[in-house]
Ligand binder design. Structure first.
Ligand code: KG4
Ligand code: ZN
Length: 360
């Protein structure tokens, strides 16, 4: 009961301007939305002082995908040491932190809850404001961080394991969803095709490596909605097409091919189909909105062939491309520096802020 009263009081306090904001402030950010336990320290000027990521890949590899409960339990074990390490690398003490930022959506709820609970505890214990940040918006904000200059207004494309979405980003805090996948995310398709081809987990980097020696035109895989104006995506048909190409229409569970031309051609042709769709839809979004800037974030943006294809496309349409370095593409807490914008706008979270699975 006493705890409830305390939280209630803080909730009321948080609705007003925080009393503890100081200039030259340090932000501590936390990310636990999926299978990376991450913490970062940055300043209100967006200088990244540390960015620590503890990957759980080893824990999930034998299951061929992320197991939500395993992820949540691993976050519990790892989060405090990761925060300690982030503070140490930044060269600051915990009591110097002036604001706590946390990704509270979207993601695996059990996993998110670990980060959100820790963030609330830190906010209360240090008596500093709490800011809740949307993980998908952060993926785009990683472009702003890397560019070290304003990138808005722009088209934002997020291509991760759980989402594939296009946004009209009018400002750092003003994103309109203009297209999204109707089924699988691009990263999910990479992971599932990697499993079909026996390439292991996580699939994206493995498929990219295999595709390097394959023929991207060996198989004519589908490119959903490519000739339509709509800005949506669909990757489940592509995934099924790879299955059929591997085992024929009746092969429910085709055996993975061994190393060789078939495997690399399948990987290369699949990857090219994904690239054509992602680049094509981004181009349409630029043309339909008349915007001249494209910001691409999320784990799939680490793919080198995709990055080259984006570079070529923006040259053709004379647009400016922003893609973060690899370490800021995959999940991390530094990209939660979007909190600096929310802090400036006075968008603080109350103590009852929740972990939410969905994007909106
Ligand atoms: O953004 P992210 O780290 O986590 C989520 O928020 O989901 O994205 C992870 C996804 C995984 O599906 C992974 O296979 C994919 O990004 N990925 C890649 C590459 N590196 C990671 N996909 C294609 N090529 C890559 N090099
Ligand atoms: Zn992500």
């Amino acid at each position: 009961m006493a705890m409830f009263c305390l939280w209630d009081m803080r909730t009321v306090l948080r609705l007003g301007a925080p009393s503890t904001v100081t200039l030259g402030m340090y932000f501590l950010a936390i990310e636990t939305s999926c299978d990376e336990t991450a913490a970062a320290v940055f300043t209100e000027e967006r200088a990244i002082l540390s960015n620590v990521v503890a990957s759980q890949t080893d824990l999930h590899a034998r299951f061929g995908g992320v197991v939500p409960e395993v992820a949540a339990r691993a976050h519990l074990q790892r989060l405090l040491p990761v925060i300690d390490e982030a503070l140490k690398r930044a060269g600051i003490r915990l009591d110097q932190v002036g604001c706590i930022a946390v990704h509270n959506k979207p993601g695996l709820v059990g996993a998110l809850l670990v980060g959100v609970s820790a963030a609330k505890m830190l906010s209360l214990g240090l008596d500093v404001p709490l800011i809740a940040v949307n993980h998908i918006a952060s993926h785009i904000y990683a472009c702003r961080l890397a560019a070290e200059k304003d990138i808005f207004p722009c088209i934002g494309l997020v291509i991760s394991g759980g989402h594939t979405a296009l946004f009209h980003c009018r400002g750092a805090l003003d994103f309109e969803l203009i297209g999204a996948t109707l089924d699988d995310a691009a990263g999910e398709a990479f992971d599932k095709v990697a499993a079909l081809l026996g390439l292991g987990f996580p699939g994206g980097p493995a498929v990219e490596k295999e595709a390097a020696s394959g023929d991207p035109r060996a198989f004519a895989f589908p490119r959903s909605f490519i000739h339509e104006d709509r800005l949506d995506f669909s990757f489940s048909g592509l995934k099924t097409a790879v299955r059929y190409a591997l085992g024929g229409p009746n092969a429910a569970h085709p055996a993975p091919p061994g190393p060789g031309k078939l495997r690399s051609d399948l990987a290369g042709s699949f990857q090219q189909a994904v690239i054509d769709v992602l680049v094509g839809k981004s181009r349409q979004a630029l043309e339909q909105t008349g915007l001249g800037r494209l910001a691409v974030g999320g784990g799939v943006a680490a793919n080198r062939t995709l990055r080259s294809a984006f570079e070529k496309m923006v040259q053709e349409v004379q647009a400016e491309l922003f893609i973060p370095p690899m370490a800021l593409c995959t999940d991390n807490a530094a990209m939660a520096a979007l909190a600096v914008e929310k802090w400036a706008a006075g968008e603080f979270a109350a103590m009852d802020v929740d972990a939410v699975a969905s994007l909106t």
